[in-house]
Ligand binder design. Structure first.
Ligand code: SF4
Ligand code: SF4
Length: 120
């Protein structure tokens, strides 16, 4: 995949800006796919990716350096919350701004094509 079609590979800001929460059963000990050792309990119904419930969040599954070269270590098993983030969205802009990264230009994101969050 080209840099133009997937700017996430040189970003990763949204993996190091928000608490990444999801329904607990998305973890593998609830029948889902997310490795449970990478998660922590938020409440009886919700878990989050370990490392993201912090004043300086960074998901434990994030590999590489934010703003340079990154990958998700559990890409195929990542939470629904991660799958739903789209490059060029308001959430993306907020995360990039928090890391001092420029807002993505329209021509950096394929039009009408949801972007996967990082790649494995
Ligand atoms: S969705 Fe946006 S903030 Fe998240 S990795 Fe992709 S470009 Fe970066
Ligand atoms: S895409 Fe991967 S590295 Fe990023 S927050 Fe989700 S699980 Fe963590």
């Amino acid at each position: 995949m080209s840099e133009k079609s997937n700017p996430c590979q040189s970003c990763g800001a949204c993996c190091a800006n928000f608490r990444v929460s999801f329904y607990w059963a998305e973890a593998d000990d609830g029948g889902g796919a997310i490795p449970s050792q990478f998660t922590e309990k938020v409440n009886d119904w919700t878990r989050c990716m370990r490392g993201t419930w912090s004043n300086s969040p960074r998901c434990v599954a994030l590999q590489g350096e934010v703003g340079r070269s990154v990958a998700c270590g559990i890409y195929a098993a990542r939470p629904s919350a991660c799958r739903e983030v789209e490059a060029g969205s308001a959430q993306c802009h907020k995360a990039r701004a928090a890391h001092g990264l420029a807002v993505l230009r329209d021509d950096a994101v394929a039009v009408n094509e949801p972007q996967p969050l990082l790649t494995g």
